[in-house]
Design a protein around this ligand. Structure first.
Ligand code: MTE
Ligand code: MO
Length: 522
């Protein structure tokens, strides 16, 4: 057994022992998390921690590379890291016991820290990572011992060396097989049960909302008929999603509470029934992400059903000197919104409970989120809302502020080309050039296109629903064969022109006039 291949085989088996011990760690932790402390899953806590600490350029890289699968990619990456670390732990335990147990203990400490940083310090949230550490250590020690005795032999013994080794070999594979398989089965089952029994969908379908007190008026001509053009209202299934939540939070409306506190005359606490009991009205508001590039898709429009934030703040009575509301989500995410954007009578900042005729989808903030016309989502549109803290920009900072984004961020007025898309096969002749434009909360006054830099021409606009909602635009183009540039720009009702100068998304939103290259066939 001292040959090179023999040694390589021993090390591979040691790595296997480590991986089995890693699986036991995760399996035991997931089971205990399900039984005693739902937030205390090491893999999800560490994943959430990674999301919060990775530098911004890295996050942008991940979103650009993996898109909506960025969270799955993160989990896969974490899984790979666990396998590698466990294998190293197994080898160390085999060569220099108890160094492998030290690796397990470090994993235990790191995941405990990640869990506590998210769930707070409760005795129960310590249980899953601590018991998992003990179980994984025991498995690793026993497997390591068996392996050493089998591979290296025992000095002297009553049984023959070969018999003894046979027993240790069988013992190693039996224990590794049983522990590994049951860890995977238990761990996966626990995760599935957790996901199914805390199902947001069950809570959503149980929810009955009172009918709207008032409906949104949509004028005739609010929607143009151009194939490929974005619809006026974005279906929920197509609505962009941006958040830092690794798993979508599950919030039960029957136990949900909104707390309004901070610099207020009176702390206010509302239940979901209290909130909808204030009366629900429909609002048409276009939501935009600060990460939307020129021509990008991180923007959508919906009919929201909700209650004005100003009515809720009035119950608490904001004190003189306050200039900001820090809204907080159940997952700890925060946004800083100027107090005046929420209290101004001319602005429809709302707490929304429904989106396009159904309770908020889980990914869009069920059961309650904030929606503020004219401010990028990261400074206003807090999903899974639980708290409104009246405060000052000097005293408090929101999630994205120390991460390279402005504390205040009005949406930059913008226009976009939807058709023809770059790369479309465009036939010569009459071609509809069309797209969207938004200028919340002022409203779009005019959109112009420029073909091949020959001059700006006015386009047809859809009838606006209101200033908070985007509009569609359309231009009938006599396309001639060859390649052409189509540029677009908008102007708002204050007469401001869309900013021509290109800016990146950080720190407060992209700018620039979109220009698409199209090739027209003959
Ligand atoms: N709780 C929570 N709310 C959040 C965020 C988040 O990360 N967590 N992201 C914000 C950002 S950056 C945007 S653009 C909008 C997006 O809302 P949507 O996912 O419903 O489109 O939600 C905002 N609300
Ligand atoms: Mo965003």
């Amino acid at each position: 057994m001292t040959t090179h291949t023999g040694r390589a085989r021993s090390l591979a088996l040691a790595a296997l022992a480590g991986i089995v011990s890693g699986a036991v760690f995760l399996g035991v932790a997931e089971l205990l998390a399900l039984l005693v402390a739902r937030g205390a899953s090491p893999i999800l806590a560490v994943g959430g921690f990674v999301i919060d600490i990775v530098p911004q350029p890295f996050k942008e890289f991940a979103i650009a590379t993996f898109g909506a699968n960025d969270k799955i990619a993160l989990l896969a990456g974490l899984g790979l890291a666990v396998v590698i670390a466990s294998a190293i732990g197994g080898v160390l335990e085999y060569l220099r016991s108890p160094l492998g147990v030290v690796v397990v203990a470090i994993a235990g400490v790191l995941s405990t820290a990640a869990i506590v940083s998210r769930t707070g310090v409760t005795p129960l949230s310590f249980l899953p990572p601590v018991i998992a550490t003990v179980a994984a250590s025991v498995v690793l020690i026993v497997l390591g011992r068996r392996l050493r005795r089998w591979r290296n032999g025992v000095p002297e013994g009553s049984e023959s060396d070969a018999d003894r080794r046979g027993v240790d070999r069988r013992g190693f594979f039996l224990l590794a097989g049983i522990a590994g398989a049951s860890a995977v089965v238990v761990g996966v089952a626990a995760r599935v049960v957790t996901a199914a029994t805390s199902s947001v969908e069950a809570l959503r379908s149980a929810l009955r909302l009172p009918p709207p007190r008032s409906r949104l008026t949509v004028p005739a001509g609010a929607e143009l008929d151009v194939p490929g053009l974005s619809p006026l209202f974005t279906p929920n299934a197509d609505f962009y999603r941006v958040d830092t939540a690794l798993t979508v939070p599950t919030v039960d409306p029957t136990t949900w509470r909104l707390v309004v506190d901070g610099m207020v005359d009176q702390r206010v606490e509302l239940s979901f029934d209290d909130l909808v009991g204030m009366g629900l009205d429909e609002y048409g508001i276009t939501l935009t992400c600060v990460s939307n590039e020129v021509g990008g898709q991180l923007v959508g429009n919906a009919v929201w059903l909700g209650v004005p934030v100003r009515d809720i703040l009035r119950m608490a009575g904001p004190q003189a000197g306050a200039d900001m509301v820090l809204s907080r989500s159940v997952d700890g995410y925060t946004a800083s919104t100027p107090l005046s954007s929420l209290t101004d009578d001319g602005l429809d900042a709302i707490l929304a409970v429904a989106m396009n005729g159904e309770p908020l989808p889980a990914e869009h903030g069920f059961p309650v989120r904030m929606v503020v016309p004219g401010l990028y989502g990261y400074v206003s549109a807090t999903k899974w809302l639980t708290e409104l803290k009246v405060t000052t920009f000097a005293a408090d900072e929101a999630y994205w502020t120390p991460r390279g984004y402005s504390a205040e961020a009005p949406i930059k007025l913008a226009s976009r080309v939807d058709v023809p898309k770059a790369g479309d096969a465009v036939p010569a002749g009459r071609v509809a050039v069309a797209g969207m434009a938004w200028a919340q909360p002022v409203g779009v006054d005019r959109v112009e296109v420029n073909i091949d830099d020959t001059g700006w021409m006015p386009v047809t606009l859809s009838a606006p629903v209101n200033g908070d909602t985007w509009v569609q635009w359309m231009y009938e183009w006599d396309a001639t064969p060859g390649t052409h540039y189509i540029a677009v720009r908008a102007r708002n009702k204050n007469g401001d022109l869309q900013i021509q100068e290109r800016a990146p998304i950080a720190p407060n939103g992209s700018s620039g006039w979109q220009r698409v290259l199209v090739t027209v066939g003959s």
